[in-house]
Design a protein around this ligand. Sequence first.
Ligand SMILES: Nc1nc2c(c(=O)[nH]1)N[C@@H](CN(C=O)c1ccc(C(=O)N[C@@H](CCC(=O)O)C(=O)O)cc1)CN2
Ligand SMILES: [Mg+2]
Length: 291
Amino acid sequence: MNAQIIDGKAFAQGLRERVAERTAQFSERAGRVPGLAVVLVGEDPASQVYVRSKHKATVAAGMASFEHRLPAETAQDELLALVASLNADDAVDGILVQLPLPAHIDENAVIAAISPDKDVDGFHPVNAGRLATGLDGFVPCTPLGCLMLLKDRLGNLSGLDAVVIGRSNIVGKPMAQLLIRESCTVTVAHSRTRDLPALVRRADIVVAAVGLPEMVKGDWLKPGAAVIDVGINRVEGKLVGDVDFASAAPVAGAITPVPGGVGPMTIAVLLRNTLVAAHRNAGIAFEAGTL
Ligand SMILES: Nc1nc2c(c(=O)[nH]1)N[C@@H](CN(C=O)c1ccc(C(=O)N[C@@H](CCC(=O)O)C(=O)O)cc1)CN2
Ligand SMILES: [Mg+2]
């Protein structure tokens, strides 16, 4: 057996095109374009690349992009003041503060300062609570992108055994919530989990989001499992995931590559969430349809 490769890059491109079509319809009806504000503090090289990509993708989708670049030594209060002004700006539907932030800034305080109704990252505790309790809210982009890829490949996920490796607020926990919502039986594993290979071997779906290069090995997998690799690790100048692709691909039924798997979905879903925010702020019903 050799796994089908899940082409996240192609899926993300399709999603971006569908968002662009729906953005044009929204703008016609609302008399204004959706707006996304992205805040970058400092000069982290990877973050600079992601913020530039977000700007280009936002403009390409027909939305307004408001980019705010602040020096690394920016005081937390200054950042909070910028967030407050974006909360009050009617041209801004979505606000995203690029993570990680410099060490002197309390990430949780900044996330909590973003209006939950502009929190297109879905990181605000109100949106985390909405997801956990089945209410409408913003869902973090990376796990929602993973779910879209899984549903596209597997269809109905009901009853499947899923293991999520990693318990971060940004990926692991929301991923687990989304899979529960799809009626999967979900186990969240982490650094203290005993006998991880035995746990993974039972899973129909494996989502690896631990940040440890090539940790998940092929002989841990149930033959035919769907494997979603969220890891982006730079090793000797090369990008690798949290899954050892070479040993996993012959065992898995489907697998995302790194790069070109989950990564591109993050920005495509961000545009989708921004379009949803614009509808809500304009009081126009959002029909999910193919989004
Ligand atoms: N506020 C946020 N901060 C961060 C998020 C986020 O969703 N919101 N996610 C990541 C970074 N990120 C977007 O911000 C992101 C990561 C990776 C990719 C991507 O397309 N990856 C490519 C490889 C790119 C490369 O060569 O480095 C891939 O996997 O194919 C897009 C966006 C942390 N911060
Ligand atoms: Mg900090």
